[in-house]
Design a protein around this ligand. Structure first.
Ligand code: GLN
Length: 266
């Protein structure tokens, strides 16, 4: 079966409530890279009106960042059958990228800058806490080496070199992992909390990260891994995607490495 006969449904979690930080860039990139391979792509918004049952059609989840207040609204809506459906999908290996505010909801809880603790879905073993409105936010370019298994190994095979991710972070909350694998090791920036050198988390095929909407455009190999993994899951057959011309993305990465004085990584 070739990719031209395949279809992908991207489930975009709460696009109106959780798009404060430009994470639609990830959705656009994913859709475009799949379409360039002739794959038929549908982007399905998953919002307050969407019945839980609809989530079952999703092949890749995308969830973006939000402000504390919006996170609380989303959390209230997700509780119950929607949370259960999301849990089942992720446990079954449906891939996804959950950015910043979105993973805070997947953990045990998020303590916002002001107000009550927001109970999370407890799908991933971590907690997130905002140290308060006067605390410094973690803002800036972030670079990390992907270490999560088997993601890092699969990407190393694909690239012929250790995968390094360039991102941009902007968060007040700090995340502390329990029994879940980090996504990567911070080279530059704050990552989960600015203390333990870890960035994000990886569970089954779900990527949780503080790296925002340029994640997939700046690291197109992650987008291709998501597409490939989703198609493999859906069609139960090995899939190889035809390479695209990523010269511009690679030049942008090199420029960023230079700027951050990390030329040994390019
Ligand atoms: N409100 C959360 C925080 O400040 C998430 C922010 C975000 O999604 N960028 O940590």
């Amino acid at each position: 079966m070739n990719p031209e006969q395949m279809e992908l449904t991207i489930g975009w979690l709460y696009p109106t409530l959780m798009s404060t930080y430009g994470d639609r860039g990830n959705v656009i990139c994913l859709k475009q890279r799949a379409q360039w391979r002739g794959i038929n792509v549908q982007v399905m918004p998953l919002d307050q009106q969407t019945p839980a049952e609809t989530m079952r059609q999703v092949d890749i989840f995308m969830g973006g960042g939000a402000q504390d207040r919006q996170q609380e609204i989303v959390m209230r809506d997700l509780r119950g059958i929607k949370a259960e459906t999301l849990r089942e999908k992720l446990e079954a290996g449906t891939p996804g990228v959950f950015t910043c505010g979105a993973p805070q909801l997947l953990g045990h809880y998020y303590e916002p800058a002001l107000g009550q603790r927001i109970e999370g879905l407890g799908l991933l073993d971590f907690v997130s806490k905002h140290p308060g409105p006067d605390a410094r936010r973690c803002i800036g370019n972030v670079v990390f080496e992907l270490t999560a298994s088997p993601l890092a190994q699969e990407l190393e095979l694909m690239l012929g070199t250790k995968p390094v991710v360039i991102g941009f972070e902007n968060h007040g909350g700090r995340t502390y992992l329990g029994n879940v694998e980090p996504l990567g090791r911070v080279v530059k920036g704050y990552g989960n909390n600015g203390e333990d050198g870890m960035e994000g988390a990886f569970y089954r095929n779900a990527i949780a990260t503080y790296s925002h909407g340029p994640l997939l455009p700046k690291n197109p190999f992650v987008a291709d891994w998501l597409i490939q993994t989703a198609l493999r899951q859906k069609y139960q057959t090995p899939v190889s995607l035809k390479p695209l011309d990523d010269t511009l993305a690679m030049q942008a990465r090199d420029a960023m490495f230079k700027r951050l004085a990390l030329t040994h990584l390019s």
